[in-house]
Every structure is written in C-alpha cells, then in structure tokens.
Design a protein around this ligand. Structure first.
Ligand SMILES: Nc1nc2c(ncn2[C@@H]2O[C@H](COP(=O)(O)OP(=O)(O)OP(=O)(O)O)[C@@H](O)[C@H]2O)c(=O)[nH]1
Ligand SMILES: [Mg+2]
Length: 216
C-alpha cells in the first residue's frame, strides 16, 4: 500500500468531539515516550505530521489524521480513506493526579466506545522487559474485547541479537497469558523497519472491511 495523502484533522478531548465514525480507524497507544507520534510520522513519511518530543507527556489529546492510500496491487481493491489516531501516553509519573485521571478517562472512553476503532496498536519499547502497566493494559483490552496488536518500537537502539532475545523473552512472558499471542510487529522510526509489514496489515484489514459482505 502507498499512502498518497496524510493530513491532520482535529484534536479532541472527548469522544463526542471526534470526527464522524465512518472510516476504519487505527490508534496508537502505550507508555509516554514509547514512540507513538514518531511511528505515525514514519508510517506516513511525514516527520512533521504528529508532534514528537524527547520529553515524555507531549501528546495530551486524541489526535485524528486522515489517510488516503492506494493498494500495492489492483487485486487488493481500490483506493481507501482511513484514520490514524495519536493518543496520549499512559503511566507518566510526573503528571498531577488530576491530569492523570483526566487522561485515563479520556483513553478509556475512547478505547471502549469508539465505534469505528478497527485495531489498537499497543506500543512497547523493545529495550525493556515486560512492565506490569503494559501487561495489565493488554489484559484489560482482552477482557473488554478490544482488538489490538503489539508494536515493538526503537529497534534501532539494540543490536540484532539483543533485539531478537528481548522480543522472544517478551513474547514468552505473554504466552503465559495469551493463546494465541496477539499479532506483533518490530519497528524503528529511525530506520523505517517494520513499515511495510504494518502498512500491509492495515491494508489487509481495510480490504476485509470494504468487502460487500461486511456491509450487509
Ligand atoms: N532511536 C529512536 N528514537 C525514537 C524512535 N521512536 C521515537 N524515538 C524518540 O523517542 C522520543 C519520544 O518519541 P515520541 O514519538 O514523541 O513518543 P510518544 O509515545 O508520542 O510520547 P508522548 O506523546 O509523550 O506520550 C523522541 O525523542 C523520539 O525521537 C525510534 O524508533 N528510534
Ligand atoms: Mg506523542
């Protein structure tokens, strides 16, 4: 799939302010600073689309981007329009209790009630061991029936060997709880590793949703 246009649409504090839910929507979530905004920029090949920062806590609203794409081959269907959503990070200790609660409610309302949310990508820093905040979040998604996939980020910060070891260890830990494991991707916003895989995953889901049978 080729992205032909990617534009910022709007930032919302409440679900009711989000754009009309008439498109497939893919949202990015994870701890503060894990690389959500950078990944959106990497996928759309536009470094300025989503605001990134070396300081955690940059994204504070639900940010919608409208994406237009064309299929890799004609066999894969026609042009598509869909949304990418950049969400605030969770688990940033330096926020006030009031702000943390506000963000938690915002994220929870969005994740549970956004009707067109097709898939949530849960981002995990590939350098880190499993953290309770992430595994508990994924457990909650499973219990709530929210479809999600895992995206390991910042792969460029590790040697190929360490990367493989870390991801295998992470997946082994998840396998204690999940069968089958959620789909997973290994990415780097620096080297663009994982871009083709993520885009074809999205393309595949978009094509499934566009099939006439899905509309009846
Ligand atoms: N080396 C490397 N750095 C990355 C990568 N992805 C993100 N970063 C850096 O990590 C920092 C945080 O990136 P953001 O994309 O702003 O992270 P975020 O998850 O959107 O953060 P919040 O909005 O604060 O929750 C920035 O300094 C990025 O340049 C990556 O794949 N490789
Ligand atoms: Mg961000």
């Amino acid at each position: 799939m080729e992205i032909t246009a990617a534009t910022y649409l709007k930032s919302s504090e409440y679900l009711s302010q989000c754009p009309a839910h008439n498109r497939p929507e893919y949202a990015f979530i994870g701890r503060s600073n894990v690389g959500k905004s950078s990944l959106i920029n990497m996928l759309t090949a536009n470094k300025k689309l989503a605001k990134t920062s070396a300081t955690p806590g940059k994204t504070l609203l639900i940010n919608h981007f409208e994406i237009h794409s064309t299929p890799a081959t004609a066999a894969r269907g026609g042009e598509a329009t869909w949304y990418l959503v950049d969400l605030p990070g969770y688990g940033f200790a330096k926020r006030s209790k009031t702000e943390r609660t506000r963000l938690e409610h915002m994220i929870e309302g969005y994740v549970l009630q956004r009707e067109c949310l097709t898939n949530l990508f849960v981002l995990i820093d590939s350098r880190h061991e499993p953290q309770a905040i992430d595994t508990a979040f994924m457990r909650w998604l499973g219990e709530s029936g929210v479809p999600f996939s895992i995206v390991f980020t910042k792969a460029d910060k590790l040697s190929a060997l360490r990367l493989r070891e870390n991801i295998d260890a992470y997946l082994a830990r998840l396998a204690e709880e999940w069968d089958p494991l959620p789909p997973h991707f290994v990415t780097s916003a620096e080297t663009r590793q994982g871009r083709d895989e993520l885009l074809s995953y999205i393309e595949h889901i978009n094509a499934e949703l566009a099939r006439p049978a899905a509309n009846t």
